[in-house]
Design a protein around this ligand. Structure first.
Ligand code: GAR
Length: 196
């Protein structure tokens, strides 16, 4: 069994999908901790309800805005919890340094578009769906990829397409991409990496 650490920033619906798929889709891993860079992230409640240990590590409030220190502190927590695989499930802070080196090829991210469209620095959350609607694409989706030093640039593990519908708002599109793609392919990709 691989030990999985999940990093979140917000609502944590992808974290919930991972929790719910443990034992079925995710057979080769177990979530052992959740770390958030925001103290008010609802995902922390989801973790607590499932009895998963949590920690809050904030770049500004706890690390003086220092990206290297932020990365080091997260890495320290992951090692303390003996984490093998890290999953970024709606984690909105870019990190560098120690964590990337220590967990090279063992960090997975979910991005709410079909990479290489609508990705890279500054493209996260609703902004991605605003950009997709702004461009007028008829198909979007989600991508799970390995994390390296290039933002949204690591090797793609899984992708799933989702149709844009007439009258979509960023919110309705975000919800459909989550339901039809993210919550399905993230657990599948986690199992792929855990079973390797
Ligand atoms: C998800 O749509 C996820 O793909 C996206 O943020 C949302 C988090 O929702 N991640 C990114 O944009 C990362 N660049 P959640 O907290 O309910 O899982």
């Amino acid at each position: 069994m691989k030990r999985i650490g999940v990093l979140i920033s917000g609502g944590g619906t992808n974290l919930q999908a991972l929790i719910d798929k443990q034992g079925t889709v995710i057979k080769s891993g177990k979530i052992v901790c959740v770390c958030s860079n925001s103290a008010s992230a609802y995902g922390l409640e989801r973790a607590k309800k499932s009895g998963i240990p949590t920690r809050v590590i904030r770049k500004n409030a706890d690390c003086g805005g220092d990206a290297e220190e932020f990365s080091r502190r997260i890495c320290e927590y992951m090692k303390e919890m003996q984490v093998d695989i890290i999953v970024l499930a709606g984690f909105m802070a870019i990190f560098s340094g120690e964590l990337l080196r220590e967990y090279s090829n063992r960090i997975i991210n979910i991005h709410p578009s079909l990479i290489p469209s609508f990705c890279g620095k500054g493209m996260y959350g609703l902004k991605v769906h605003e950009a997709a609607l702004g461009y007028g694409v008829k198909v979007t989706g989600a991508t799970v990829h390995l994390v390296n030093e290039v933002v949204d640039g690591g090797r793609i593990l899984l992708q799933k397409a989702v149709n844009v519908q007439d009258g979509d708002t960023p919110e309705t599109l975000q919800r459909r991409v989550m339901e039809e793609a993210e919550w399905i392919i993230l657990p599948q990709a986690v199992e792929m990496v855990c079973s390797q």
